[in-house]
Design a binder for this molecule. Structure first.
Ligand code: SF4
Length: 333
């Protein structure tokens, strides 16, 4: 599992000439470096760069520094995060900002185990921050980076111990001392050149030493997300004031903490009476594809734990999953 000693230089030289102009890439001496990196790393978890950019700009426009962000209310952060999904990240961002400001004097700790104490920061994000903010010799191993290494070695991902691979090659990988650039360059290279489908091997400056490119027996990638199909019934109490009753107490794990009407896995035998069928539609959340039957009832009485919300205007965070329900229900008025 030996890597070519020119690999970092080649990837960095490609990066220097081709890197995207992204708003969180500020100069190494910028006082905003930690804040911008922390914010972008949280936002980029499971979300594409082009989706993140407008949110990143909105956040940094409204909360100019880590200190300002750390003093805001969770409600305000969640409202600005609306539409980006995976709201736990927003809560963790705020909790991490508070901890950094209050306990670490707005500095990133220098030890990985200390960084991992920040809420929502696991191995990958901790390594990314350590490299990006402190220029430490480390690599944040995400899907892009794994793909680059698996291709260069032409070995299946399950056959590579990435930690060992990095340890074994550390003298070569960190020889340039441009560690923070290298963390990013590798990810960028994986995203733009060594792409999941159709890698751009012909213009890749690593192709001479790439076993995937030079082999007649190329490893195969199984990147397709397997979506699980599930049927759900959603029951909406609505009233003549164009309001809908929502609760955060549904027992559907992946929708916890969402404002929702009552939602249940479809059970034909237990289907409720006195509810009118409104529509059937599909919605996906992470790797679950939901087939939804929507029912409604006009009523002034609602169960405990439910509150009325306007279908048209709300001050609270209404996730896009629930907004889709609003859209369906609004045709009744
Ligand atoms: S030659 Fe192709 S497969 Fe090899 S690193 Fe470059 S883009 Fe990836």
């Amino acid at each position: 599992m030996h890597l070519n000693s020119n690999l970092p230089k080649k990837i960095l030289s490609w990066y220097d000439n081709n890197k995207r102009n992204l708003p969180w890439r500020v100069s190494k001496k910028s006082p905003k470096k930690l804040y911008y990196r922390l914010l972008s790393e949280f936002m980029l978890q499971q979300t594409q760069v082009k989706t993140v950019i407008p949110y990143f700009n909105k956040f940094t426009e409204k909360f100019k520094t880590l200190e300002i962000l750390s003093k805001r209310k969770e409600k305000e952060i969640l409202k600005l995060w609306e539409g980006l999904g995976y709201y736990r990240r927003a809560r963790n961002l705020l909790a991490s900002a508070k901890l950094l400001v209050q306990e670490y004097n707005s500095k990133l700790p220098k030890e990985i185990n200390e960084i991992k104490k920040l809420p929502g920061v696991g191995d990958y994000t901790a390594n990314a921050l350590l490299g990006l903010v402190h220029n430490r010799p480390t690599i944040a191993v995400d899907g892009n980076v794994k793909r680059v290494f698996t291709r260069i070695l032409n070995k299946r991902e399950s056959k590579i111990n990435f930690e060992k691979l990095i340890e074994l090659n550390k003298n070569k990988l960190f020889s340039t001392k441009r560690n923070s650039d290298f963390v990013e360059a590798l990810m960028e290279f994986g995203a733009l050149i060594c792409k999941p489908k159709d890698p751009k091997c012909n213009i890749c400056n690593l192709n001479k030493n790439c076993k995937y490119f030079n082999s007649s027996k190329k490893i195969k990638f199984f990147e397709k997300k397997v979506l699980k199909n599930k049927d759900y019934d959603i029951f909406c109490y609505i009233n003549k004031k164009k309001q809908i009753a929502l609760t955060k107490k549904n027992n559907v794990g992946f929708l916890n903490e969402f404002h929702l009407p009552e939602i249940k896995e479809t059970n034909i035998e237990l289907r409720k009476k006195n509810w009118k069928f409104l529509s059937n539609y599909k919605n996906s959340i992470s790797n679950i594809k939901l087939n939804i039957n929507l029912y409604y009832k006009f009523s002034n009485k609602i169960p405990l734990n439910f509150n009325w919300y306007s279908i048209e205007k709300n001050k609270v965070l209404i996730p896009s999953f629930t907004k889709k329900i609003f859209k369906q229900v609004s045709i009744l008025f």
